[in-house]
Design a protein around this ligand. Structure first.
Ligand code: AHZ
Length: 324
């Protein structure tokens, strides 16, 4: 060891001198890749392997217990809590973007680090995301570490299905009561690229996911729990705040108050408090920045504790609905 070499550098040098191990070490035994082969396959086999599963999933989730609209930080956090606590519920998430995660691939502007104010760090502990503890707040070294971890945990649940590149275009509603009240009974979906092209094409009809709790003739099955929609489509934007905007038209009694200016201290707790069940149209819940838009709350900008915690709060209410 030279006098300037550190112990780490010495360890690295001795590693490069040793045998290299990787997943294919036993397959490419002689270190000769020239005759490397994959197992044979037909193109049609690949096609069938994908499409049969996708359509099986569409069939399975044509009726769902929980429909989450939007796979951002609030929607994914809620999905994690619901799937973990109730493996018997069918939970489906519709995400309009190809890549799930919403705004949570970066911390703020184009910066990598993600800030979470305590006690939201307890969720990071639960999903095993490491962070630097700065006292009142914690820092995840890259927002993508949070998003990819929660996403991969959620995708592993057998009772969860993500349909990405698919947009919710409308809600299914059914009468509830004698005074014109309605309840949500499902979501109307389409491929996002179709949704974005309704103005340029003639009629391109959508598909539907129905909430659980109905009989074959469409009447209520009172022996079964009614399914729920959790909307987490973020603040107003081309796709954002979708359900908030639609539900006030359906409800007629409320308005979308619009997100207020940035105030971290007020915004985060307020978003958590106002997330949960929507009063007006049955079986609809909100979390994340869509709650801020609906209820006229401040935005918090680049601090994500309220996204995880509002998702957890909405999930908690939804779990109580299914437990009651
Ligand atoms: O693509 C959207 C995103 O991934 C998706 N989405 C929106 N409309 C949809 C629709 N159908 C299906 N009609 C739809 N998917 O919803 C996701 C929303 O994720 P987000 O990250 O925008 O929202 P969030 O509330 O989970 O997190 C917000 C993060 C913000 S914004 C903010 C500020 O502006 O001050 N601060 C924070 C922490």
């Amino acid at each position: 060891m030279s006098t300037t070499q550190t112990a780490t550098e010495t360890a690295q040098l001795s590693l490069t001198g040793g045998a290299i191990r990787h997943a294919l070490s036993d397959v490419v035994k002689t270190d000769d890749w020239s005759d490397f082969k994959f197992t044979p396959i037909r193109e049609s086999t690949v096609s069938r392997a994908m499409t049969s599963r996708y359509f099986k999933d569409m069939d399975k989730y044509a009726v769902a217990d929980v429909v989450i609209i939007g796979a951002g930080s609030s929607g994914l956090s809620a999905a994690y809590v619901i799937c973990k606590n109730r493996p018997d519920l069918k939970v489906v998430c519709i995400e309009s973007n190809v890549s799930p995660g919403g705004g949570a691939w970066l911390g703020g502007q184009l910066f990598s680090a993600m800030i979470m104010r305590k006690p939201a760090h307890l969720f990071l502990d639960e999903v095993n995301v490491p962070y630097e503890d700065e006292g009142d707040y914690v820092v995840v070294k890259h927002a993508a570490l949070f998003t990819s971890t929660v996403l991969s945990e959620v995708l592993k649940f057998p009772n969860f299905k993500l349909f990405n590149a698919t947009a919710v275009e409308d809600l299914v509603t059914r009468p509830a009561g004698n005074n014109g009240e309605v309840t949500a009974a499902g979501v109307v979906t389409n491929w996002t690229l179709v949704t974005m092209n309704h103005d340029t094409q003639s009629c391109m009809d959508p598909n539907v996911i129905e909430l659980a709790g109905y009989q074959d003739d469409g009447s209520r099955d009172t022996s079964a729990k009614h399914g729920v929609i959790l909307s987490t489509t973020g603040h107003d934007g081309p796709f954002g705040a979708f359900t908030a905007k639609r539900i006030v038209q359906i409800d007629g009694n409320q308005t979308v108050a619009g997100m207020k200016g940035l105030d971290m201290n007020h915004a985060e707790a307020a978003v958590v408090k106002m997330s949960g069940e929507y009063k007006g149209v049955g079986n609809v819940y909100f979390a994340g920045m869509e709650s801020a838009t609906l209820h006229g709350l401040n935005r918090m900008g680049p601090t994500f504790g309220a996204m995880a915690v509002s998702g957890i709060k909405a999930a908690d209410e939804i779990l109580k609905h299914f437990a009651a």
